[in-house]
Design a protein around this ligand. Structure first.
Ligand code: ATP
Ligand code: MG
Length: 601
């Protein structure tokens, strides 16, 4: 990133088109936990957040699973439903906080029996079945490290992660094991125990494996959590691999303060909520907010086993009386593609708050939420490395569609520019792009990249953590995502953020999704090229191409609008649902792609 950032290609063109959505906090629902942004920030301290949690009995430290599960039982909430699970075949199961306490105790005792020690890594490769949640929390109770693997990974990403993470235990299912692990056992020399669940509920009798369900039955359902140093390793999460080889981010038990604080302020969880996070625990969102944060707040969390299915999702919102919903831009764009008429067939008057993370949320999607769901969608920003939500559209704040919102209490964010000779300078003028930077010190900040200290150290410059995302801050303190540093396009002296161009394209009724990249071109340096997938009822044609080019030129101006458009059946995405622009780029330039382990099928 050079200092020519001021030569602004066209940022702000799209955002100006969407009026601010004004909020009347508490209307039709509980008063938001954060009703006054400035006052809450001013009065905030992490010590006060710590006081809202219990800590282990007898001052034995801080353990994520104790706060999430046992604490509620100790307070007399043991009978409340903690987890409602909806299976693929229409079946469902419920676990109260006390059920979860006892099941996770059994799992922790099992690890003890297997002589798994504090800090040992327990990998879990499961679809969203109850055993995944029990293994995650039981692992944390035992002070071992929970390392989730996304169930759709192939054998290579699985073995690479298990090996680099020194996995001693793997919890998985019979089907996944037979297909993806058993043929590769000889390249997993350090993996000692494979604990299997049979999808059909049968007993397991496979060489080199143990029957998890049967072994758990033999364990006691009482377990005393040992002293837990808040700085001890709790979670190992791999990044999405959007920009290159996924990195293993290390998180500690202390992160629980962030999970709790953001569950309270960014997701606005209240006692009676039915909360649904659609992310898979194979990614950080699905663990921080699909397991930990809702349980910390003692709400009922829904888990739906199958993958995305529009009508099913709408009927879950309706029938399960979901009140707070946390999902992702890719899912919202898929729902948009299915049309507003489908959305209108369902009723979910209990739903009061919808949030999204993972990718920039196009302003068109925020507004679609209002029309189709009756609620705007609240974008928020964070990374695997940050462990929790950092910047968000909060319930009590007006929404500026296309903006990521404002930093959470306890979070200091700014925009910086990297200097030629090293070091950085802060960008203080509003609306100027630079790199998004965060002041270290929030509790869920990653404590390292696995086996890559040099890469970790490079993230910190002059007392700031640099995110490698480009953004700007407006005069009122709202942050706007511009693009990943790697994705910004330099064309004829302009710097162009792909998000702006993609957002303009998806305003057109024909366009479902867009991915925009810079293609090397001798006179311009880079030429803006867009790849688009179409909504039902539209077919690729030269006429449509011309129409889209014209639409973009009108919205963005000639300097920023794409010069070329290609139609795609489907855009390449990571398994966590992010558009993989580096694959589009590699295809254009004929380069071979470095790491495709997280590429969707
Ligand atoms: P890798 O680091 O392996 O390339 P990744 O950065 O996609 O992959 P994650 O940690 O899952 O891995 O994703 C974090 C990134 O996702 C952010 O740095 C940002 O680029 C993007 N992101 C997340 N939420 C938002 C958002 N609300 N707006 C814009 N971008 C977002
Ligand atoms: Mg990243």
């Amino acid at each position: 990133m050079a200092s020519s950032m001021q030569e602004n290609g066209g940022f702000g063109v799209v955002q100006d088109n969407y009026p601010t959505i004004h909020k009347s906090p508490g209307e039709g629902g509980p008063t938001p936990n954060l009703a006054d942004y400035e006052a809450t920030r001013a009065a905030f301290s992490w010590d006060k957040i710590r006081e809202e949690l219990d800590g282990l009995p007898d001052n034995q430290g801080l353990n994520i699973a104790y706060e999430a599960v046992d604490r509620h039982v100790a307070k007399g909430q043991g009978d409340k439903i903690a987890l409602r699970w909806l299976g693929k075949m229409g079946e469902s199961r419920e676990f109260s906080f006390d059920d979860l306490r006892r099941q996770t105790n059994r799992f922790a005792n099992l690890l003890q029996t297997l002589r798994i020690a504090e800090g040992d890594r327990v990998f879990v490769l499961c679809t969203r079945i109850p055993e995944l949640y029990i293994a995650a929390l039981g692992t944390l109770k035992h002070r071992a490290v929970f390392c989730p693997l996304f169930s759709a990974f192939g054998p290579e990403p699985i073995s690479e992660r298990v090996n680099s993470g020194d996995g001693r235990v793997l919890v998985t299912t019979r089907r996944l094991y037979e297909k993806k692990v058993a043929p590769y056992r000889d390249i997993l020399p350090n993996l000692e125990f494979v604990l299997l669940v049979d999808e059909e509920g049968g007993a397991i009798d496979l060489p080199g494996t143990l029957d998890l369900v049967r072994l758990m039955q033999a364990q006691s359902d009482e377990y005393t959590i040992g002293p837990t140093d808040p700085e001890s390793m709790a979670l190992l999460h791999f990044t999405s691999g959007t920009t290159g080889k996924p990195k293993g981010a290390i998180h500690v038990h202390q992160a629980v303060l962030m999970h709790y604080m953001t569950g309270k302020y960014a997701l606005d969880l209240h006692d009676e909520d039915i909360f649904w996070c659609t992310a898979d625990p194979g990614w950080v969102t699905g663990t921080s907010y699909g397991i930990i944060a809702p349980l910390l707040h003692g709400v009922t969390m829904l888990v739906d086993e199958p993958d995305f299915d529009g009508p099913r999702w709408y009927s879950i919102l309706q029938e399960q009386h979901v009140t707070v919903w946390y999902t992702a831009p890719t899912a919202i764009r898929m729902l948009m593609k299915l049309g507003r008429d489908l959305a209108k067939q369902y009723n979910h008057p209990q739903l009061r708050f919808v949030a999204s993370v993972g990718e920039p949320l196009n302003p068109e999607a925020v507004v679609w939420g209002q029309k189709a769901l009756g609620l705007p969608i609240h974008d928020n920003w964070w990374q695997t490395e940050t462990g929790g939500i950092m910047i968000a559209n909060l319930p009590a704040l007006d929404i500026r569609p296309g903006s990521m919102g404002r930093p959470l209490p306890g979070v200091t964010a700014t925009i910086v520019r990297r200097l030629e000779g090293g070091g950085i300078e802060e960008v203080t003028a509003p609306d100027e792009e630079g790199e998004l930077a965060l002041k270290p010190g929030w509790p869920s900040m990653f404590r390292g990249y696995l086996h890559n200290e040099a890469r970790y150290n490079r993230c910190f410059v002059d007392g700031w953590y640099l995110t490698e995302d480009l953004a700007k801050r407006d005069a009122d303190g709202y942050f706007w995502f511009v693009g990943r540093a790697d994705d910004v396009i330099k064309s004829a002296g302009h710097l162009i953020g792909p998000f702006e161009v993609e957002s303009a394209l998806i305003e057109h009724p024909a366009v479902a999704e867009a991915g925009v990249i810079g293609v090397p071109e001798p006179t311009l340096g880079q030429m803006v090229k867009a790849f688009v997938s179409l909504n039902p009822g539209y077919e690729p044609s030269e006429a449509l191409k011309r129409e889209l080019l014209g639409h973009a030129r009108k919205r963005l101006g000639a300097a920023v609008a794409p010069k070329e458009i290609a139609f795609e059946e489907k855009l390449p995405k990571t398994r966590s649902g992010k558009i993989m622009r580096r694959l589009l780029k590699a295809r254009e330039t004929g380069e071979t792609l470095r790491d495709t382990s997280t590429l969707e099928d």
